[in-house]
Design a protein around this ligand. Structure first.
Ligand SMILES: *Cc1c(COP(=O)(O)O)cnc(C)c1O
Length: 473
């Protein structure tokens, strides 16, 4: 077999040439988006048209246009008018660190296949644990996404709190977790994967402020116990995704202690407020959690996927997937922290710790405070702007950078208002000057914004509200 293609694919000179070109293209892209030289955040295409475009491109597209076309056909999170989903505009240095991971491909399952990233991962997770307020018994690891991290934490919870060995012997009684009914859907999914079934997901209703109603915890717990369900965990959202309101973690912690439940905090989005002296009150009580999830790719400026899962008692991070009894593992804990696949769901994973380490080493922890505080400040400011606008109705006073609102008009029925707001969001999407999303709270349709870009200003937000007003007219 000739190796002509392989030689070409692995040519260092070819990599250098293409790499320089790509970095130039991406730097131009950053300039165009951050400095708003390109008008649109998104050039909206229908899915079928997009499909045909890329099918045709495979056949006869110009290969040198491939990366530029990808830029054109994606959503530009670095544009300050991107105010949509909760992914951060990555700090470019973090993205470069990601390139190292992509090229070196040290899978990190065993220490030998990723010495640096494994050791670095311990340093990073120790750093986050300390910020949470955990002591030196804490430990953590990085894993592929908040979704997987929440599942992993609930598996740890079951192992720690259910006496029967479900991991090896399967279920023999009904198990349950308690969670806010509007928590991220992945908690529900994790519980289903664990075989808890619908009845094992004890959904706690919302207060009028859109967070978990603490006053009914006792009642819901007792109801579950009466049905024969062994409740083993309670999940606090920090904050819940749709509206961005934090659960009362202190109150949940107290409740979890009363019934010896595992207390898990889903801080995928807003756990990062531990880095902001101004906003760390939002996660008051987080240090009492048995486990905490924080996504690097949400409020910490990192590229996807860079999730941290932290444990107050590090031993639990070792026992989740183990076949052996807990006491055997405790003995080997210290010698074995570096074989990461024993502790994670993944076997191979990306070297995600180097993104964290690079940002931290280069800019210091202060950059996380600047990021979170800037965006939460702006969320509060945007909330006030909406409150002061008689045409608009704020879903709830924001507690973070997530702000939900809708156009209102007394002369219109609820269903007409839903239609108008739906139309506003669709028009914005097709225009592409801004990118925002939507959510339904009960039966009411809201426009949903998450201010993720630290270079978004009050002027951008003013302009967004003007656009909405113009669309309504
Ligand atoms: C985004 C989010 C998740 C899911 O995390 P992924 O990293 O997207 O898998 C879970 N919970 C909350 C509260 C979130 O905001």
């Amino acid at each position: 077999m000739k190796k002509k293609l392989l030689q070409q694919a692995y040519s260092p000179e070819d990599f250098r040439k293409r790499g320089h070109r790509l970095v130039d293209e991406l730097a131009n892209h950053l300039d165009n988006t951050l400095n708003e030289k390109s008008e649109k955040v998104i050039q909206w295409n229908l899915p079928e048209d997009e499909y045909i475009f890329w099918k045709d491109f495979m056949k006869d597209g110009d290969e040198t246009k491939l990366f530029p076309e990808i830029l054109k056909h994606t959503t530009h999170v670095h544009n300050p008018r991107y105010i949509g989903h909760q992914v951060s505009p990555p700090a470019p240095l973090g993205s470069l660190a990601g390139l190292i991971s992509s090229l070196l491909n040290n899978g990190m399952a065993v220490y030998e296949m990723g010495m640096a990233p494994s050791a670095i991962e311990r340093i990073i997770t120790e750093f986050i644990c300390a910020k949470i307020g955990y002591d030196e018994n804490s430990r953590g690891f990085l894993t592929s996404g908040g979704t997987l991290a929440n599942l992993t934490a609930l598996l740890s919870a079951r192992k720690a709190k259910v006496q029967h060995d479900v991991w090896n012997k399967g279920h023999h009684q009904d198990l349950g977790i308690m969670v806010y009914e509007e928590a991220h859907y992945c908690v529900d999914r994790a519980a289903k994967i664990m075989g808890l079934g619908e009845k094992g997901i004890i959904k706690i209703p919302a207060t009028s402020n859109f967070n978990m109603d603490i006053s009914v915890l006792e009642e819901y717990y007792q109801k579950a116990v009466k049905k024969g369900i062994k409740v083993f965990a309670i999940v606090g959202s920090a904050p819940a995704t749709a509206v961005g309101i934090y659960d009362d973690l202190d109150a949940i912690a107290a409740f979890s202690k009363k019934y010896d439940l595992w207390f898990h905090v889903d801080g995928a989005h807003g756990g990062a407020s531990i880095f902001s002296p101004k906003y760390q009150h939002t996660v008051q009580g987080i240090d009492q959690a048995d486990s905490v999830v924080i996504d690097g790719h949400k409020m910490m400026m990192m590229p996807t996927i860079t999730t941290a899962l932290l444990y107050k008692d590090g031993n639990h991070s070792h026992t989740t997937f183990s076949q052996k009894a807990d006491y055997l593992l405790e003995q080997s804990e210290d010698e074995d922290w570096y074989n990461l696949a024993k502790r994670t769901f993944e076997c191979t994973k990306t070297m995600m710790s180097i993104q964290w380490y690079t940002i931290l080493k280069t800019y210091g922890a202060g950059i996380f405070d600047e990021y979170v505080t800037t965006l939460y400040d702006l969320g509060h400011q945007f909330g006030k702007m909406i409150e002061n606008n008689p045409q608009l109705d704020l879903a709830v006073k924001p507690m973070s950078n997530i702000v939900c609102f809708r156009f209102i008009d007394d002369s219109l029925s609820p269903s007409e208002l839903n239609k108008i707001n739906e139309h506003i969001r669709q028009r914005l999407l097709e225009d592409g000057e801004f990118y925002i999303v939507q959510t339904k709270l009960g039966v009411i349709y809201y426009l949903r914004t998450t201010i993720m870009n630290p270079f978004t200003t009050k002027e951008h937000l003013d302009r967004l509200l003007e656009r909405i007003s113009a669309i309504v007219k």
